[in-house]
Design a protein around this ligand. Structure first.
Ligand SMILES: [Zn+2]
Length: 275
């Protein structure tokens, strides 16, 4: 039974992570973490894949197929399973996650900060990015999100803690994946994580770092190109096992998290955990 933190760097493609994320690469080189290539499900769109990562189901099976069709999760998921098991969870993420798992429509004046053991996700910090446009990206700083994540970990020690950072995706849309802005943002996210992950490890967390999808040279993602489907999966965990050369299935993340925490996976999660 291990407390687990999942970090989703939105829109970070595999080859960019390998090339730009020096802290994560150093961790692999030092034997503190391992890296696999993971294949994202289709369509390679954010909200459908947030739900895939937390239900272990492909979008065609869980039913959320576009960002515009986002609604509360209707499938057994990591948060609902842990709630039933009496375990504690926390989130620092885009407000889409409140829509999916928070139990009510997102209202920034009510839900930006949640500290309530009776809520579906008891400890949460959400950002809306309302007003998002090329002129004003409305992005929170990655290090601010890392600091909020640490505060929840240190104050409340949830069994499952999710951190979701949006800056790579945002700059990828404005400047494309073939840009210094996107590549340097990948490093900035990595640099912020270098200040969080050692603290989480010290506090007893296993830490997984991945992306929902990649990004292409049009500044877009949704389809079936390798640059959209291939994402990194870094594991700071002695428990995770898989062939070093294997390409992992994104649907394995949910049952893996539940296994790490010591909770049974529901029958709907049919892909084997990486344990
Ligand atoms: Zn995304």
């Amino acid at each position: 039974m291990t407390k687990t933190c999942l970090i989703i760097v939105d829109g970070l493609r595999y080859d960019t992570a390998v090339a730009e994320c020096g802290y994560l690469a150093a961790s692999v080189e030092a034997g503190l973490a391992r890296l696999w290539k993971m294949q994202a499900c289709l369509p390679t769109i954010s909200a459908p894949l947030y739900e895939t990562i937390h239900t272990g189901l492909a979008p065609v099976d869980h039913g959320i197929l576009s960002n515009e069709a986002i609604r509360p999760s209707q499938r057994p998921n990591v948060f609902s399973q842990l709630k039933v098991a009496g375990r504690n969870t926390g989130i620092v993420a885009h407000s889409y996650y409140h829509t999916l798992y928070g139990g009510s429509a997102f209202d920034p004046f009510e839900h930006t900060e949640i500290n309530d053991p009776d809520q579906p996700v008891p400890f949460a910090r959400y950002y809306s990015m309302e007003g998002y446009s090329p002129e004003n990206s409305c992005m929170p700083s990655d290090v601010d999100l890392c600091a909020q994540t640490w505060r929840i970990a240190d104050d409340h020690a949830p069994d499952y803690l999710l951190l979701h950072m949006s800056a790579c995706d945002t700059l990828g849309h404005w400047f494309t994946a073939d840009s210094s802005e996107y590549r340097i943002q990948a490093w900035k996210s990595d640099n912020a994580l270098s200040r969080l992950i050692p603290r989480l490890r010290e506090a007893g967390y296993d830490v997984l770092v991945t992306a929902d999808h990649g990004m292409n040279a049009d500044g877009h993602h949704a389809g079936n190109q390798p640059c959209l489907r291939e994402v990194p999966f870094f594991a700071f965990s002695e428990t995770i096992t898989a062939e070093a050369s294997s390409v992992l299935d994104q649907r394995a993340i949910a049952p893996t998290i539940l296994s790490l925490i010591g909770t049974d996976a529901p029958d709907t999660m049919t892909v084997s955990p990486l344990i």
